[in-house]
Design a binder for this molecule. Sequence first.
Ligand SMILES: [Zn+2]
Length: 179
Amino acid sequence: MRHLPQSLLRPLLCVPLLCAATAWAGKAHRHGVAEMQLAIEQTQVVVAMEIPLDSLVGYERAPRNEAERRAAADALVKMKEAGSLFKFDAAAACRAKEATVEAPVLEGKAASGKNDEHAQLEATFVFVCSDPAKITRIEVNLFDTFKRLEKIEGQSVSVRNQTKFVLTRSARVFKLSGQ
Ligand SMILES: [Zn+2]
């Protein structure tokens, strides 16, 4: 299974990652609940997240004063700290390669979200790992940074399996099955 050709892996990865954007679009989010898509590939791990702005800063509109602008900028900086937000087994030797964070409303580029009532942050993280097969657990550390975040509903896909998971403040470690 580990030597599954990339051509076979691609359609599988499309399910949660590439197709996720379409699934997310237009769907009303729930405050306190973030969504996470995780793809463990042959040499890298890709994490895509969508988080209601309410869970990050407590509102879903453009910052209105200096304090709110500072809080928004702070949230954006913290969301880019991929190495702190996600911890893998040391044996897998993963390091953060890319962190793409988009939140036009928080950045002051848009007055409100696409549907006017809600706005979210979308983030994609890429980790390069020397040995992704050694990943048995992924600790997700967003709950300490963002106190309003209560739950992460996730989906993981690898060459071995595809699974859904839920993380909370007291259960923040995603354990890979089928190791
Ligand atoms: Zn909302």
